[in-house]
Design a protein around this ligand. Sequence first.
Ligand code: UDP
Length: 462
Amino acid sequence: MEQKTSKQAHVLVLPYPAQGHINPMLEFAKRLVFKGIKSTLAITIFQSKSLHMHLDPESSSIAIETFSDGYDEGGYAQAESTEAYLESLNVAGPKTLEELIKKLDDIGQPVSAIVYDAFLNWGLDVAKKFGLISVPFFTQSAAVNNIYYHVNRGLLQLPLSETQVSIPGLPLLEASETPSFVHDYGPYPGFSGLILNQFSNVDQADWLLLDTFYELEEKVVDWMAKLWKIGTVGPTLPSMHLDKTLEDDRDYGTNIFEPKTSVSMNWLNNRPSGASVVYVAFGSWASLNPEQMEELAWGLEGSNCHFLWVVRENEETKLPSKFLEEISESDQGLVVSWSPQLEVLAHESVECFVTHCGFNSVIEALSLGVAMVAMPQWTDQPTNAKYVEDVWGTGIRALPDEKGVVRREIVEKCIKEVMVGEKGKKMKENAKKWKRLAKEAINEGGSSDKNIDEFVAKLLCS
Ligand code: UDP
């Protein structure tokens, strides 16, 4: 259902090829379609063959096209190393994106703007070459982006020399609360190059879009808005979980793994009445070491709470032996290889989310009003966890020991704190507040909706 029709504006949306990037950018594209802008989502050739796609009628008006990362048969898993993958993506990506733009032009669907993932900063060069509006889309929090900006411009020198870091618009951070690419500079050469370079050419972009909402990160957004034209356009959850304006938009519609929907939802629906459930998931990428997996498993069991735990297939062998039998006999928990995360978080019995703090997971929990136990692993997750606990007040961090492992007693203690503790009550109140504000931001006339309208107006008059 389109709200209005436009003239020739056509936006090409180009996410970095990972679940946590496709989800928000696809949702943004759905909002553009709703507002009358033709939108095409470009995914890699490998993803076009491997993603589980079930796009709802609303988003079926989004065209799907492909570009190449150079690994058309296996994607990232096919590459010899992260560096090899990113090198190939940076060569094959812009080349095949140019081919796609020419093809769309040839078939009478000329592109007028590229909304490219800020991780793919070559999107700007391609846009400029074709005289198109160029718009980086940032899928991480504004706070994290501002840290990366400071590193990129040499305003924050790496490796860090101080134990605390002061960045405008952010609370004072302990070094360990900055992203791993900042406080643990060195171990991830490929990814850190990609991520720290996001700001290398943004000064030439027409607009910067952020997958957050103004009320969530007011101070840092105000600070960044002094430098660039900024638009906060989040939260980018499917509309039926927020404002309900896009009637068919119930889920993201793309999954790297097949979600175990009926098993998960039946299990949740069959919990004894009044039972509260802990949902546990570490996103699409993070890999726990076997010791951590074992501690988490027994910590969950020891909490005596019902729990639904996502353990991806490639992580399953790390589960302690007998664990699955024990929890199934006692009916305390269920392990699935991939869940319909939004439906789970929106379920009335889910009261606590043990999360790695990927930004999508955090913003989903905030938008659906679920308190969190934060177990950050790497990248932006330590900073998100800091915000969850100290800025947004909707969770608690489960702290690791000197070996970097969160012990079972800590897991148990943190879950209990959220589920039944005094602090937990306050976290749940805050979670409800953020749920309301998230919905208001994207609702008609809210801060994000206004920004999307302004962006649409720019597209229409360009
Ligand atoms: N997700 C899901 N089912 C799962 C686990 C995760 O649908 O079992 C989705 C989740 O809703 C989120 C995305 O995968 O939209 C993960 O993104 P996030 O930024 O949280 O973590 P990443 O995978 O990038 O580390």
